[in-house]
Ligand binder design. Structure first.
Ligand code: NAG
Length: 316
């Protein structure tokens, strides 16, 4: 009896260790604040500063955006136009479905099958942005992000992404030089992460979305990349809070639909989801243990009674 309890505990410990090991990156993401790579506000010239001219600009002057086709819905036209107007000297590329597929077929044929078979259109929209950044470099901007000032100061870094609260990074605005090791790794790992996770939302988040990107990022920075391989972090204030921030958040985006708002909420709270998962797993484990200990107790009572009966009834 003692031994079976020991076996049970050891097995359980192994399972827990395995689970913790498999989500260790997720757990370490919870406490990663990106501070070591943050772009400090003191080093960012103000919008009209003469310092902007003096900084080297290594990211190519290209703005990438994605949409189904060329007919951008009215709600996003203003945001789109604000970026175009502020950057007349930048190349502007809208990656429509057709253009994206042609690009993957021509340049990354090994990915075409995965690209075509993605279950959700958003997975294609997510993945194409990593490919075009790895390939051409430039700045990717979601259609619902408007531009508030020129991007020039951000062109000084080999790559940048933006921090999200409470954890991780987002894929809605990012910049990079061509062939940056981080984005090369990201495109190289897309196929490995192309798995279904029952809930569409989690599947999208973890196969191509911000959670996928955050996990790769966390593993990447743990390897202490060289200066040229660094991924700098744009913090929330510099992202869209103030008049000197780079972007504006445009109301009237898809997040105003009710289902989208739920998804958005979940997106902001995926940490909570993971913690819930652990609590549920813990509760299930406890129930199992309780059931198992009842069984042991029942077994020992039975054996005890049986031995009494056998001693009394059948004297040797
Ligand atoms: C573009 O895509 C939208 C959304 O799927 C669709 O409603 C619209 O008809 C398309 N426009 C063209 C010109 O194909």
């Amino acid at each position: 009896m003692r031994r079976s309890l020991l076996v049970f505990l050891v097995v359980k410990l192994l399972i827990i260790t395995f689970l913790i090991h498999s989500v260790s990156t997720l757990i370490s993401l919870l406490i990663e604040d990106g501070a070591a790579d943050a772009i400090h506000r003191a080093e960012l010239p103000s919008p009209d500063s003469s310092l902007i001219e003096q900084r080297p600009q290594i990211i190519p002057k290209i703005i990438h955006q994605t949409y189904v086709n060329e007919s951008i819905p009215e709600v996003w036209q203003e945001a789109q136009q604000s970026c175009k107007d502020l950057h007349p000297d930048y190349e502007y590329i809208l990656w429509t479905n057709k253009k994206s597929r042609e690009f993957i077929a021509a340049e990354y044929p090994w990915f075409l099958d995965t690209f075509d078979k993605y279950k959700y259109a958003i997975q294609r929209a997510d993945s194409i942005r990593y490919f075009v950044l790895a390939h051409f470099g430039g700045t990717y901007i979601d259609l619902d992000d408007g531009c508030n000032r020129r991007l020039d100061p951000l062109l000084s870094y080999p790559a940048w992404v933006r921090r999200t609260i409470p954890t991780g990074i987002s894929n809605d605005a990012m910049g990079s030089v061509p062939q940056h090791p981080f984005f090369l790794r990201v495109v190289g790992l897309l196929q490995l992460y192309d798995r279904g996770w029952v809930l569409p939302y989690i599947t999208v988040m973890y196969s191509t979305g911000p959670l996928f990107l955050s996990v790769i990022w966390k593993e990447y920075i743990a390897e202490n990349p060289t200066e040229a391989g660094r991924v700098r972090i744009l913090m929330q204030d510099e992202y869209n809070r103030y008049s000197w921030s780079f972007f504006t958040y445009h109301v009237g985006s898809i997040w105003h639909r009710k289902d989208a708002r739920v998804i958005f909420w979940l997106g902001q709270h995926w940490v909570l989801l993971i913690i819930c998962g652990f609590v549920i797993a813990g509760a299930v484990g406890l129930c199992l243990w309780w059931a198992y200990s009842r069984l042991l107790l029942f077994g020992s009572k039975y054996r005890y009674q049986y031995s009494k009966v056998s001693n009394l009834g059948f004297p040797r």
